[in-house]
Design a binder for this molecule. Structure first.
Ligand SMILES: *[C@@H]1O[C@H](CO)[C@@H](O)[C@H](O)[C@H]1NC(C)=O
Ligand SMILES: *[C@@H]1O[C@H](CO)[C@@H](O)[C@H](O)[C@H]1NC(C)=O
Ligand SMILES: *[C@@H]1O[C@H](CO)[C@@H](O)[C@H](O)[C@H]1NC(C)=O
Ligand SMILES: *[C@@H]1O[C@H](CO)[C@@H](O)[C@H](O)[C@H]1NC(C)=O
Ligand SMILES: *[C@@H]1O[C@H](CO)[C@@H](O)[C@H](O)[C@H]1NC(C)=O
Ligand SMILES: *[C@@H]1O[C@H](CO)[C@@H](O)[C@H](O)[C@H]1NC(C)=O
Ligand SMILES: [Zn+2]
Length: 935
């Protein structure tokens, strides 16, 4: 699955970065080589660590839904897990879809193999469905003494038989059922609506991950219960039907319906099954291995499918070669769904997307929009191997799906657009997000119960890594696997190496969080003392951490560069609390030293004061001596360390101030996001004015350059991303000259005399709303209502949230639950959260509409972000008390993780302001006097 917004990687679920939601563009730099691990053997191990940790948020979501309890008990429906005594082999499912009444009537025959004698066969269903009959056949004969009862608590149909179901027999379970498409929001088999020529057109589509297949047909709804699915759809003759597999046969029945039969599927998990009934049109193309790739959209948008079609073909061809395993189906459909909760879903052979994640409109889509489409297509196609062909045995290993799909998607995107330097985006897209999300006390280890494994010796280069993946995929194809299986596959391809993959990985997967290393020079740069402790944003007594069998000691690979030794060839392993390393090859004379070369390691680093000063001097005098990734690393580490109290904010700001000379997009973006973290804290304090002046002063040169080309089109992906970023900050931090220019452009747009170029549309619309009033807001709202283009609508939704008018903010909040598509409701909240004028209204709105919000989004991935949107700006004890009070008797659903880290974040804000506000105030005044023209 993909998350629902391009900005999501930059909007770290639960963090309160002021502009993170709005600024989703990314940028230029050196090609940091994830692909070049063989040079730096350690890199691939580091990569594994990253992948694991990146995915923690998603994993927690699913683990929250499913506590792992699996035992054969007398009353098996009391367990959340299916008993292991029966397994499905094939499903034969016929669904009759009536789009007028939005009713589905279905019948299915499941061949179930009984593995142990048992009185019970359990299927999962949903209470929103009527079960009309349940029969059990043995060799075609209906069985006597079979009865069934429903246990809605854990969603079971329990089928029992007098005498037992016998071991090794295959029974056929026949179930008839019916339900309404609208019974469960945007999950299960559901209805979606769009306008075509002024008429509302309805379609039916599916979203099953993680546990919603049961809403469409009763089934063994666990990822390890793989089976072959044969799907038949009866649908109106005005529509087409799509499913995972190609069509076998179609016939026109009487009464205006068609029956479409699909080929039997390969063995697969229920959460990957999909079907769609719609009136869509498509474009199509063949890969060099003759896979038929098609992109479907509503008819008025079919021309916007061409970009993603091209990407999908390229990426599919590349993955076949990368994995060394062919895509196993003869077709791949990508479908743009008008109502879709997540970003996309990797259903085998029938991937579904929200429209903005698949469609690119000439003259409407910006560089950032295009990049998101590329990324999401590459992510979902990677799942066809990681996730679909080999599936995690249970949801706690979801990272095996998501971590790899995310990692591989960087390679896939990079193949399509080498000029984007896309591998560098890993830092902002995933690494910093994960470091931030995992820096709370109440984080969860990714894997809750790991097994003891055979010894694995080694770490590896890229070619071995790829070979290891190939072995892993081949060994487990059409089956399921655990993290341990991956370790052993990787171990299998390396020999005679001094490290034990399992032992290393266990320290990262079984315990939560990550370390901060403190590096002390004991003999110049030749001898270093390094200690480790867990990094948490609010200083916490280690006694208060959740118990860990590793006592929060990680096995950490470290390397260093210095001014005299820029090559990080030596790698050390810190396997205990504290160790000393002698760098034999290196001279002890050095001006500066930096650890974690290329920011490949998932940890933070602290230095002695003298070293921070040396690094700050280096950046201020010649920042290009460090590659982009290292600069980004120092920016992010310095600000995070200052927030957590390891260094002072003044030390961090001294370092960040080098941004005055920075021109690289990635580094600028990391720096600005870090500054936004501070800005959020000080926005309602006496420091706010100086702080925004400070940021504008740092950006002075860049703003001048960006304004110079405004409002014309420019070329170059990274150039466009950078210009949008800089101008958005200029506007929102109060550069009045630019605000005036942008407002003029908006007025021309409103007068119908000029259309903004796509890459400037966001900032121009935002300026119109920010600087304009009711007339501008209503004009844009009407545009939203009239527009048939989802990408344009999404840009408008974002801009509308920047109004300063209380009543417009309130109106917009109300409309987020009524006139905005349900899929976009939370986006509105999140966008409003980046507008400090909206802060006073968000929390009240959230409280007053909690039940409605919970019903809509409580079990979706993004619910945590709603909590963050409402409370991320809290900086006082009163606000904290109110938040805790509110949730003292309420379920936070999938938002529980965000709630807990949100509380820690607020505590951090309170402490930080208390300790630092006066000092920062003085520092800013001095800086502004010494370095900035008064604006
Ligand atoms: C399910 O059963 C209820 C109660 O008999 C009925 O009101 C409802 O219409 C049925 N739903 C469907 C989809 O048939
Ligand atoms: C699904 O149908 C119901 C009933 O007509 C309607 O209220 C709802 O808005 C529809 N959902 C979508 C996403 O179109
Ligand atoms: C659909 O079926 C109806 C009723 O049989 C028929 O009148 C109509 O022509 C059919 N439409 C199409 C597109 O086949
Ligand atoms: C499931 O499909 C695979 C091929 O995709 C086939 O080899 C296997 O025999 C099928 N299993 C059953 C039980 O039909
Ligand atoms: C798609 O493009 C073609 C060729 O440019 C044009 O004829 C057609 O009208 C377009 N279709 C839509 C739905 O915009
Ligand atoms: C830290 O987390 C642990 C376990 O998750 C919890 O028991 C403890 O109370 C927390 N401590 C603080 C200070 O938040
Ligand atoms: Zn995914």
């Amino acid at each position: 699955m993909s998350s629902d917004e391009a900005s999501s990687p930059l909007n770290p679920d639960g963090k309160n970065r002021f502009y993170s939601d709005a600024l989703l563009t990314k940028g230029k730099s050196r090609g940091r080589s994830l692909t070049n691990c063989s040079k730096l053997l350690i890199a691939c191990i580091l990569l594994l660590l990253l992948l694991l940790l990146v995915i923690v948020l998603v994993a927690v979501f699913v683990v929250v839904l499913h506590k792992v309890v699996a035992e054969e008990v007398a009353e098996p429906w009391k367990s959340k897990r299916l008993p292991s005594s029966a397994k499905p082999e094939t499903y034969d499912i016929t669904l009759n879809v009536d789009l007028d009444t939005l009713t589905v009537t279905g019948e299915e025959s499941i061949n179930v193999k009984v593995v142990e004698n048992t009185q019970w066969i359990l299927l999962q269903y949903s209470e929103s469905m009527n079960i009309t009959s349940v029969d059990v056949l043995d060799s075609g004969k209906s069985q006597e003494g079979v009865s069934n009862e429903l246990h809605p608590d854990n969603e079971y149909v329990a089928i029992s038989k007098e005498g037992d179901f016998n071991k090794n027999k295959v029974y056929t379970v026949v179930v008839k059922f019916s339900y309404y498409l609208y019974s469960g929001g945007l999950s299960g088999f559901y209805n979606s609506t769009y306008n075509e020529d002024g008429e509302a057109v309805v379609l039916a589509t599916t979203q099953f991950e993680p546990i919603y297949a049961r809403k469409a047909f009763p089934c063994f709804d666990e990822p390890a219960m793989k089976a072959n699915f044969t799907i038949t759809i009866v649908h109106p003759n005005t529509t087409i039907a799509l499913s995972n597999m190609p069509i076998l046969a179609m016939h026109n029945d009487e009464d205006g319906v068609i029956t479409t039969h699909f080929a039997p599927s390969v063995p697969m998990s229920t959460y990957l099954v999909a079907f769609i009934v719609c009136e869509f049109k498509f474009t199509t193309s063949l890969t060099n291995a003759s896979v038929n790739v098609s992109v479907y959209a509503r008819p008025s948008l079919v021309n916007d499918t061409k970009y993603s079609l091209d990407i999908a073909v390229q990426v599919l061809e590349y993955y076949e070669q990368f994995f060394g395993i062919n895509y196993p189906l003869i077709k791949m459909d990508l479908v743009a769904i008008p109502d879709f909760n997540a970003g996309a879903m990797e259903n085998w052979g029938l991937v579904t997307y929200r429209e903005t994640a698949l469609l690119v409109t000439e003259n409407v889509s910006s560089s950032a929009d295009k990049q998101w489409v590329t990324e999401v297509v590459a992510h979902e196609l990677a799942h066809q191997w990681f996730g679909n062909l080999v599936t995690m045995a249970w949801w706690q290993d979801l990272w095996l799906n998501e971590g790899f799909a995310t990692y591989i998607s960087y390679l896939g995107t990079n193949i399509c657009h080498p000029e984007w330097n896309y591998l560098d985006f890993f830092i902002i897209g995933d690494l910093h997000v994960a470091l931030e999300a995992d820096g709370f006390n109440e984080t969860h280890p990714i894997i809750q119960s790991a097994e003891t494994l055979s010894e694995i010796n080694g770490f590896m280069g890229m070619e071995e890594f790829r070979l290891g993946l190939n072995h892993y995929l081949n060994k487990h194809k059409y089956g399921n696997a655990k993290s341990a299986d991956l370790w052993s596959a990787l171990q299998g391809v390396v020999e005679n190496v001094p490290y034990n993959i399992t032992a290393v990985m266990d320290t990262w997967t079984i315990q939560g969080g990550y370390p901060i290393l403190t590096v002390t020079l004991t003999d110049g740069c030749a001898k270093l003392k390094v200690t480790q402790e867990r990094f948490v944003i609010v200083p916490t007594d280690p006694k208060d951490f959740a118990k860990s069998e590793f006592n929060y000691i990680w096995k950490v690979p470290i390397n260093f560069i210095t001014d005299s030794n820029p090559d990080p060839s030596e790698t050390f392993w810190l396997n205990k609390k504290e160790d000393e390393f002698t760098r034999t090859s290196l001279s002890k004379d050095c001006k500066w030293l930096k650890a974690n070369f290329g920011e490949l390691g998932f940890y933070r680093v602290n230095y002695e004061d003298a070293q921070w000063t040396a690094l700050t001097d280096l950046l201020n005098t010649d920042h290009t001596q460090l590659q982009t990734a290292d600069r980004a690393n120092l920016l992010d580490d310095a600000v995070s360390l200052s927030i957590a109290g390891f260094i002072t904010p003044m030390q961090a700001l001294d370092l960040v101030s080098y941004l005055k000379q920075e021109t690289d997009y990635i580094a600028l973006r990391v720096g600005l996001l870090s500054l936004s973290q501070i800005h959020t804290k000080v926005i309602l304090s006496k420091v706010e004015g100086s702080f925004t002046d400070y940021v504008l002063c740092l950006l002075e040169t860049e703003i001048e350059e960006a304004v110079g080309t405004f409002p014309n089109a420019t070329t170059g992906h990274l150039e466009n991303l950078k210009r949008s970023l800089i101008l958005k900050y200029a506007l929102l931090y109060g550069n009045t000259t630019f605000a005036g220019l942008a407002l003029d452009e908006f007025e021309s747009f409103m007068a119908g005399t000029k259309e903004p170029v796509p890459d400037l549309k966001d900032v121009i619309l935002t300026a119109g709303i920010r600087e304009g009033g009711q007339a501008e807001w209503e004009f844009l709202w009407n545009k939203y209502v009239e527009s048939d283009n989802p990408t344009e609508q999404s840009a408008i939704l974002s801009a509308l949230s920047y109004t300063k008018e209380p009543w417009l903010i309130q109106l917009y909040l109300d409309r987020s639950l009524t006139e905005v598509r349900s899929q976009d409701g939370l986006t509105v909240l999140r966008r409003l959260a980046s507008n400090s004028y909206a802060w006073p209204y968000l929390w009240n709105f959230f409280k007053e509409n909690y039940d409605e919000l919970f019903n809509r989004y409580g079990s979706s991935l993004s619910f945590g972000r709603a909590i963050t949107a409402a409370t991320g700006h809290f900086t006082t004890q009163n606000q904290l008390d109110e938040l805790e009070m509110f949730f003292s008797n309420r379920d936070a659903g999938s938002g529980i993780v965000a709630l807990k880290s949100g509380i820690e974040q607020i505590k951090s804000n309170i402490n930080w302001l208390d300790k630092n506000l006066d000092n920062i105030d003085n520092w800013l005044h001095e800086f502004l006097l010494a370095n900035c023209n008064k604006m």
